[in-house]
Design a protein around this ligand. Sequence first.
Ligand SMILES: [Mn+2]
Length: 254
Amino acid sequence: MKKKKTKIYFASDAHLGARFHEDPLAVERKLTRWLESIRQEAAAIYFLGDMFDYWYEYKYVVPKGFTRFLGKVAELSDEGVDVHFFTGNHDIWMFDYLPKELGATIHRDTLTVDLLGKRFFLGHGDEVDFRSRSFRFLRALFRNKFCQWLFAGIHPRWTFGFALGWSLNSRKNGLQKEYAIKYQGEDSEYLVLFAKKYLKTHPDINFFIFGHRHILLDLMLTRTSRLLITGDWMQFFSYVVWDGERLALEQFED
Ligand SMILES: [Mn+2]
């Protein structure tokens, strides 16, 4: 019997295409198997950012690779699954290709949305990181329309090599904090601090879900509110699933 499409899924940070994946195809295949495994039950999927390690699309050209992943997402979308992509700090430059090709909705900022009776606050996680001036500056620069237009004028021979090399080096040097730093605890983790503060003015949020930090976290904030961090598809192969009654952080196993 065909199962009903009633569940909502959240996943992030596969960093597809990253040079630091030992076996990039294996990661993509595993991700694709996960999508196949939830295909029958998924009503919607929210990819919470950094699914691609680097993505820049031009008017007529998109990056090489990711065919299995994109093909599977297309298949799900064609079957009626509601697909959402949040831009992360690595794949900011998604424009109209994924909406046109996959029927996906792109989110460039945090989103408050009611799903199966509860209120969710979703984001990649970097949007609410106001700690570092240089990070804030880069984020504003990368999101600036004029800068994007200028950048698009540079031949991708230069920009792709640079971007992928930068990502690899910052990982090697431990500069890319989002991968390297362990859970900081309830009183220091900036996403926890953000959520607690946000709840004071928005007590109606039931679930905060973020990616970006590459940690698994499921934290009770108040009697009616929880914060979850989705882990990643590099170390954890993890995702969050919501069926209207139970919200769970799980790891995919074949
Ligand atoms: Mn990120």
